[in-house]
Design a protein around this ligand. Sequence first.
Ligand code: GDP
Ligand code: MN
Length: 354
Amino acid sequence: PASGETRPLQSMTPNITPAVPSELSPPAPGERVNATFVTLARNSDLWEIARSIRQVEDRFNRNYNYDWVFLNDKPFDDQFKKITSSLVSGKTHYGEIPTEHWSFPPWIDQKKAEAVREDMRRRRIIYGDSISYRHMCRFESGFFFRHPLMQQFEYYWRVEPSVELFCDVHYDPFRFMKDNKKKYSFVLSLYEYVETIPTLWDSVKKFIKAHPEHISPDNSMSFLSDDGGETYNKCHFWSNFEIGNLDWLRSQAYQDFFESLDKDGGFFYERWGDAPVHSIAAALLLRKEEIHFFNDIAYYHVPFTHCPTGEDLRLKLRCHCNPQDNFDWKGYSCTSRYFDLNKIAKPEGWMDQV
Ligand code: GDP
Ligand code: MN
């Protein structure tokens, strides 16, 4: 497609012309944005990530051929590389995570962290007893965008194993982000389990005090707090789907934010997730117009679905999700708050789903 143009919507009649293999019609240089897909995965995630890749390719990337970066705390095996590189239409890159980005930092008291895991195991808090899950959350919070393979890129789209895309993506979301100066985006939002983040907001308030210069004058605090910042309402964007700007994550403001939280130890003394960490950063450090909701990217990650309201849109995009499954306007979603604070109209048909 020409730069900045959206692709024409597919006609509703079946297209009987065979598709031109994407190898024969890659986008001309300059049309694509400097962007990549990125996946953190284990070798054992192969068949689950294969399903995700197939859907991303069928619904979008076969027409664009963006690169895909795979990161792992262990070396990827040949089988993983063979299968994933056969599925991705763009170039694939495989990287190992440096030990410093996947281990306990020296200021963490190991005994205290172990006692926390044991306590969370007894209280049956999800992933509460897991060391690797904590390394994963800390890596996604503070390090994936600094990996050498990511340095060359300006935008990323995070893809996890076993996710689904239900509609055609009929334009380039990376191009949309760049042309509209968006820095962060989401499709699902919800409330975090309080047991995993009891002191996260205290840490955030400490950061706000220490670095008032990083707080955007036009922030989205009202997405996070119902009392002007005194307490956290637990709302966060679900980070297993993200399209975002890597230069923002590599900025001084985000670095200072992550370092401040990391020093407080909550990735290990509690079980802080990268979703609330990214979300709080986006809501406080960015201007509110820099955060985008992709209504037209229909998505599933267990157990929640984003399926666009509005039948016209679903038919045009050849969606296969059940609109009754849409989570956006249900009680446990925070997406209404995003619409209210940005004073934007909710998508067609949302009332039918309340
Ligand atoms: P959930 O979505 O919170 O239930 O967590 P997931 O199990 O989906 O993990 C989140 C992401 O991190 C996925 O992309 C996983 O493949 C990846 N991941 C989780 N744990 C590990 C790990 O120990 N090593 C590696 N390399 N990737 C991991
Ligand atoms: Mn997941």
